[in-house]
Design a protein around this ligand. Structure first.
Ligand SMILES: [Zn+2]
Ligand SMILES: [Zn+2]
Length: 641
């Protein structure tokens, strides 16, 4: 008999050679029907693979990331089986699961595989899935593996086998299809109820452009047909909200090939919106005791050698800039922290001076491969809403609480209602991997957990997820489409104070090291604005939106009245514009709707005579006729944050 420990800590005995699926059956039939894989001592296994030793087990279903990726990788085998049946003689590359779905790289020979082929493949996949073919794992000697794929004539698999060690090779077989694979897989193909091929692209074998270009087929599958239709609806909505599309339509930002890839250019409306975000956070930071600092965009290479960033990023990032005469080397700033450490060092500090909080909207530059760049979310130059707090170890908890308050203030003002926080702690088994004293780590970890609890945050604790230099708290927000984004990080750091030899004089008159906390509620201005655009579909909160109103005169006869109104609104600090084009009012209204301007003020003869405006609210319709003071009142109420 072997002992199996379940996630709740309970221990049960089973026959040696029992499987995850059998463990599930012993718990409930319902669970057994949904088990896709089993995590055995932290490693994902087939649910049908025999367990021969005492083990900790977690059964994985569609709701677990590990269950999902096993499902999708198994679907890649299913798709390959369908493709082989439909296009005999194709050769297969690799077929991994990805974040949403999976792909398979295929050499189709002479056939030009295109989206016209998709439906046929989807049908075949479901037809094969209905026969509930079992995934069978087998150990194969290297010689047998080579024989099998030589006979099949699949040079790509042979190349892969070449790099594997004899004794470590496994095959997986389902129906008429056998693949070289490490696994794991779901019990049988019957779990797959819906399949959709999403796109095709060219992909060089092993990512090397000297190799042949294969056809990469991206696809996704689901255990329920309804989940596929929900997914497609979500994709449709996400497309409409894509920040790259809305950013262009709303004239917020642009890119120029001449300026360079990954270097966003903020247009006047986008820059004004960003500036309002900066003002909003700056104001809250001043209240919370932060001091603004400003540091340059480049610094001597030595600074980053001291900070350790050069060792970590140097070779893989922008290369040093040299001065012509002195031959000095400067780097584009990848992080603001080293600069702030030097500011801290600029004068002696006493325990009474702490905490010191330095904030900077600091622009940093990091090299990203051109293929990785994406709108405002992956760029090469971006501005962090950065701050570094230097405090005593006994102040960590209070500082964390204050930063949490600030982060929640941001989420509230911008309409992010659903969020969780992840606390990343040390791996308790490997304490020597981390820098800083055991005592300080214990204190800081307890402080973060307590601070999060006192602020009522929904948290998950992840052991072993801390950086080597300190524990952290990350905020995950759910946007309006239910997608998760990581925004806002608070991170303890014992490393930089050590590297920069930062000190303060304690009440004991001895020198001590301060604790450093990095924090950025937005993360970066670029990424935050991208997430915000997609979250609110471009309908920004009224306090933030580029134009709060647009005045639509029915004809040019009312242009003067419109001008007078806009002047009055301007005095009240309400921003907007006038549409004086010689267009029909219907067209003016439609155009204003596209621009997502929150209030339309329609003015004609009646309004001019009665000194009123006829108000339409975006997404809400007619508010009727209001005096200008009444309108100002509405705006003031809605923009209070
Ligand atoms: Zn596989
Ligand atoms: Zn930092």
């Amino acid at each position: 008999m072997i002992k199996i420990t379940l996630p709740d800590g309970s221990v049960r005995e089973y026959e040696k050679g029992t499987t995850g699926l059998q463990v599930a059956q012993s718990i409930s039939e319902g669970l057994a029907r949904n088990v896709l894989a089993a995590e055995i001592n932290g490693e994902i296994w087939d649910a049908t693979r025999p367990i021969n030793n005492d083990s900790a087990i977690k059964l994985l279903t569609w709701n677990d990331q590990g269950g999902k990726s096993t499902f999708w990788h198994s679907s890649a085998h299913l798709m390959a089986e369908a493709l082989e049946a439909l296009y005999p003689g194709i050769k297969l590359g690799i077929g991994p699961a990805i974040e949403t779905g999976f792909y398979y790289d295929i050499d189709f020979g002479d056939h030009q595989f295109s989206s016209d082929d998709f439906e046929k493949v989807e049908k075949k996949m479901i037809e094969l899935a209905k026969t509930k073919e079992e995934f069978k794992r087998s150990d194969v000697s290297k010689a047998d593996a080579i024989n099998y794929f030589t006979e099949k004539g699949d040079q790509y698999k042979l190349e892969l086998i070449d790099g594997l060690e004899d004794g470590s090779i496994t095959f997986y077989e389902q129906g008429n299809f056998t693949d070289l694979c490490r696994g794991p897989h779901i019990p049988n193909t019957g779990f797959v109820k819906a399949a959709k091929l999403m796109s095709v692209a060219g992909a060089y074998w092993r990512g090397d452009e000297k190799n042949k270009q294969l056809t990469r087929i991206y696809a996704v599958t689901f255990p329920k047909a309804s989940e596929l239709s929900d997914y497609l609806t979500l994709l449709e909505e996400a497309k409409k909200r894509d920040h790259r599309k809305l950013g262009k339509e709303l004239e917020l930002f642009t890119f120029s090939e001449k300026v360079g890839a990954g270097l966003p250019l903020w247009l006047p409306k986008g820059a004004a919106l960003r500036e309002r975000l900066v003002q909003f956070l700056s104001k809250a930071q001043v209240k919370a005791g932060y001091e603004q600092v400003i540091t340059p965009h480049i610094a001597q290479k030595e600074l980053y050698i001291t900070s350790g960033h050069y060792e970590k990023y140097g070779k893989d990032s922008f290369q040093p800039i040299r001065t012509p005469n002195e031959d000095e080397e400067f780097l584009l700033k990848p992080m603001n922290c080293p600069h702030h450490c030097e500011i801290y060092r600029s004068k002696p500090r006493s325990y009474k001076d702490l905490p010191v909080r330095y904030a900077e909207f600091g622009t940093v530059y990091r090299y990203e491969q051109s293929g990785e760049l994406h709108g405002l979310t992956r760029v090469r130059g971006f501005t962090q809403d950065d701050a570094h707090l230097f405090c005593r170890p006994d102040q960590v908890k209070e500082e964390f609480e204050k930063v949490i308050d600030l982060v929640l203030h941001v989420f509230n003002a911008l309409g992010f209602e659903e969020y969780t926080a992840q606390v990343s702690l040390r791996d308790p088994e490997n304490k020597d991997k981390y820098i800083g004293s055991d005592e300080n780590w214990q204190k800081a970890e307890a402080a973060i957990i307590e601070a999060a609890a006192e602020k009522g945050l929904k948290t998950v604790v992840e052991l072993g997820e801390a950086a080597f230099y300190g524990p952290k708290l990350d905020f995950m927000v759910k946007d309006a489409l239910g997608r998760k984004w990581q925004l806002g990080t608070i991170q303890v750091d014992y490393n930089l104070p050590e590297r920069f030899q930062l000190e303060y004089t304690g009440s004991d008159n001895q020198k001590h090291r301060p604790v450093m906390i990095h924090r950025a509620p937005f993360g970066s201005m670029e990424r935050f604005v991208a997430v915000l655009i997609e979250h609110c579909a471009g309908n920004f909160p009224l306090w933030l939106t580029p134009e709060q109103y647009i005045i639509l005169p029915i004809s040019e006869k009312y242009a003067d009245y419109a001008k007078k109104l806009s002047e009055e609104l301007n005095i009240s600090d309400i921003r907007g514009l006038i549409d004086n084009r010689d267009e029909k009012i219907g067209k003016k209204i439609r155009d204003a709707e596209i621009k997502k301007i929150p209030f339309m003020l329609i003015v004609g003869e009646k309004e001019q005579e009665e000194n009123t405006v006829s108000v339409r609210k975006h997404g809400a319709g007619d508010l009727g006729s209001l005096s200008i003071d009444q309108f100002i009142e509405i705006i003031k109420k809605e923009t209070a944050i």
